[in-house]
Write a protein that binds this ligand. Structure first.
Ligand code: AMP
Length: 380
């Protein structure tokens, strides 16, 4: 359905945040004939290299932000820690999608968990506040203590597996607002990327199964190796969340699948998601193109899986023994490599990813593990 208010190719998309998500968004938007401007505090960002214009200023600099917004037809964000107040300040200057309210809810773990509870979405039991000891008593051990603000990729988290771990958690988070979650002894983790357009059309990409290592996504496997009912439940939850939160744009939803097949919502990210990068190579429409379509009010694209696929994150660790062996990877006929143009390969930093296509998910994972081991400069 067309709303008649679509922002058509040729117009300007402004993106707050200049990381790899912004870069891949800019690449998808460029292909559709949009002009992309990036707003990012740090110079020489990955997205800036793929954009028409890059503005470097703090998110709190409302004069620079206002000037940026005036040059855009639609504005979105690719980074979850943009202050919601900065978005609110520019909402009258350009179309802002998603609404700042969605970011405000998702960027703080307390608000996010409360929102899930208030709307009766299944989630792990939690407590919140600044009294860590009381929260742990309420939730019970084992649990995970997480800072309410600025947490991602396991940053600002501590597992409390036994009573003996409590003191360290209390000390680490003393006085900070935290969320304390019941530790979920999950069978696996899965995620969905859902898109919703201004006319309320919704599409959910096939569910991905995710393997994390040291709290950072390592592999995404599609189709997820879960029972059809589990995939259907995750897909339905993602759709309902997008509707309830009034999303216009794209959102990643992470889930825990318990050993009894229950699907619990872990986290919401109102932007493209690392566990959706495989869509670039295994779907007609990538999550980045879908984001362009959704925020511009274009018809949403097809989300059908074209081939089983595994995505592997390439972290800075792969440089431990020098430049990774790109030639070996690129020699494989079933691999696509995506690098983000970052120059400083610190351990844990996401430098790129690759995808492996194969006849089935298990085979793709087997190839992926093998290629990953060869890439990281493992001893000959
Ligand atoms: P998060 O930043 O909350 O997505 O956490 C990063 C990763 O830590 C998750 O993907 C899980 O692998 C693990 N984790 C986080 N919270 C829990 C929990 N309550 N129970 C078990 N594992 C968790």
């Amino acid at each position: 359905m067309s709303t008649g208010l679509a922002i058509h190719p040729g117009k300007t998309i402004g993106v707050l945040g200049g990381g790899q998500l912004g870069r891949m968004l800019a690449q998808a938007a460029n292909r559709l004939g949009y002009r992309v401007q990036i707003y990012e505090p740090q110079e020489d960002c990955p997205a800036g290299a793929a954009a028409y214009r890059e503005v470097n200023a703090p998110y709190e600099d409302l004069a620079a932000l206002t000037d940026f917004a005036r040059g855009c037809d639609v504005i979105t964000f690719e980074f979850e820690n943009v202050p919601a107040a900065s978005l609110q300040a520019i909402e009258s200057l350009a179309v802002l999608r998603p609404h700042w309210n969605v970011l405000w809810t998702a960027q703080n773990r307390s608000r996010e968990k409360r929102w899930l509870r208030d709307h009766q979405f299944p989630h792990a039991k939690f407590a919140e506040g600044t009294d860590v000891a009381a929260g742990i008593r309420e939730v019970g051990v084992p649990c995970v203590v997480k800072t309410a603000d600025f947490g991602y990729d396991g940053k600002g988290q501590l597992k409390v597996m036994t009573e003996a771990d409590i003191a360290a958690a209390v000390q680490k988070f003393a006085g900070q607002p935290v969320v304390i979650e019941q530790f979920v002894d999950f069978a696996c983790e899965v995620s969905a990327v859902v898109a919703r357009s201004p006319s309320a059309a919704v599409r959910v990409f096939p569910i991905a199964e995710n393997i994390h290592t040291n709290h950072i996504l390592d592999f995404s496997i599609v189709p997820a190796r879960v029972a059809p009912a589990v995939a259907a439940a995750a897909e339905k939850l993602a759709r309902l969340i997008a509707e309830k939160i009034n999303l216009v744009g794209v959102m990643g939803v992470e889930f825990f699948v318990t050993k009894t097949g229950e699907v619990l919502v872990n986290e919401l990210a109102p932007r493209t998601h690392n566990s959706g990068h495989w869509t670039l190579d295994a779907c007609m429409t990538s999550q980045f193109e879908q984001q362009v379509r959704a925020i511009c009010g274009l018809p949403l694209g097809a989300v059908t899986l074209q081939s089983p696929v595994v995505m592997v994150n390439i972290l800075g660790d792969a440089w431990a023994q020098g430049e990774p062996n790109w030639d070996a990877l690129l020699a494989q006929p079933n691999v696509r490599l995506h690098l983000y143009g970052k120059t400083d390969p610190r351990p844990g930093r996401k430098m790129g990813h690759f995808t492996v296509l194969a006849r089935d998910a298990d085979m793709a994972l087997e190839f992926a593990r093998k290629y990953k081991a060869r890439l990281g400069g493992a001893a000959p």
